[in-house]
Design a protein around this ligand. Structure first.
Ligand SMILES: C[S@@+](CC[C@H](N)C(=O)[O-])C[C@H]1O[C@@H](n2cnc3c(N)ncnc32)[C@H](O)[C@@H]1O
Length: 277
């Protein structure tokens, strides 16, 4: 069965997490850059899933190496009502002392752990998930206090997730599943050769230049099997060279929404690489 994405008919879902390198900006202005027909949707670096939720495909494979993130998605897929109820309790109780207590607490049930993850994501400093070298979430409280948001639609989110297979794994496993006419959207941490930029450290592990080469090779093998591929990465000569066998390279402009001071939010460009036109 071929998935036909009709952009007029489907209202795009809003991701419920804020994520470093999140692609909400790309879906808002560049949705036409994704193919309109394909078999399965495969996203090996899921993060907040901005592109997945915007496309809301009929079948897919969603994967990320972050175990807490994938567990949160599974909890919403399987029992969104309990996650929402637990999140509402955090909304009512939110204040600094409660935040720090909750941050250091190990919740047992998957729905309470998922609500805790969303609560921290929405109220921590700069809204960015970050763990220390021991894998412990250690971000101080931020300035935002809204825990439940008007854009939340966990029922629709759960419905969308039920159509996909969720995996916690290295990217290679998800990409190795791609077959003829599957579409892979690839949004890795941005590392460039000779330069460690601000997005390099994810969780307790580093995404190295060797990982970028390993990724490119996995994608070349998927291309051989007939997959359609879109990749976003840094608009940098080393990345253009890495993907020189891919025919379509395009610079996309965006505003750097993660910069701390509004004055530092200069427009910047990112690279979109495709093997299909
Ligand atoms: C740039 S973010 C993806 C953002 C996503 N496109 C969004 O809209 O939110 C990169 C993701 O890659 C994940 N990641 C890092 N190294 C990985 C690896 N080796 N295999 C799979 N996922 C990895 C991180 O946990 C992070 O969620």
């Amino acid at each position: 069965m071929v998935t036909v994405v009709s952009r007029e008919e489907k209202a795009p879902l809003v991701p419920f997490l804020k994520w470093a390198g999140g692609k909400r900006w790309l879906t808002a202005s560049h949705l036409a850059l994704f193919p309109s027909t394909y078999e399965r949707y495969i996203e090996p670096f899921l993060g907040s899933g901005a592109v997945f939720f915007a496309l809301n495909p009929e079948r897919g494979i969603l994967s990320d190496r972050n175990a807490d993130l994938i567990e949160t998605y599974k909890a919403i897929r399987d029992d969104w009502k309990s996650v929402e109820a637990a999140l509402k309790r955090h909304h009512t109780n939110h204040r600094p002392e409660y935040y720090y207590n909750e941050r250091d607490r190990r919740r047992q049930a998957s729905h309470t752990r998922a609500a805790q993850f969303i609560y921290m994501n929405r109220t921590c400093w700069n809204g960015l998930y970050r763990v220390n070298l021991q894998g412990k979430f250690n971000v101080p409280i931020g300035t935002k206090s809204a825990v439940c948001l008007d854009t939340d639609d966990f029922e629709a989110t759960s419905k969308a997730l039920k159509k996909a297979h969720l995996m916690c794994a290295d990217f290679k496993l998800a990409i190795s599943q791609a077959r003829n006419n599957d579409f892979i959207f690839v949004d890795p941490p941005y590392t460039v050769k000779h330069n460690m930029n601000g997005f390099v450290k994810y969780n307790e592990q580093i995404f190295s230049w060797d990982d970028q080469i390993r990724l490119r090779d996995a994608l070349l093998r998927a291309w051989d099997r007939g997959a359609l591929i879109s990749i976003t990465n840094a608009d940098h000569d080393s990345i253009k060279d890495l993907y020189k066998d891919f025919p379509f390279h395009q610079s996309l402009s965006r505003s750097s929404v993660l910069a701390g001071k509004p004055s530092a939010r200069a427009p910047t460009t990112e690279l979109l690489i495709r093997n299909w036109s």
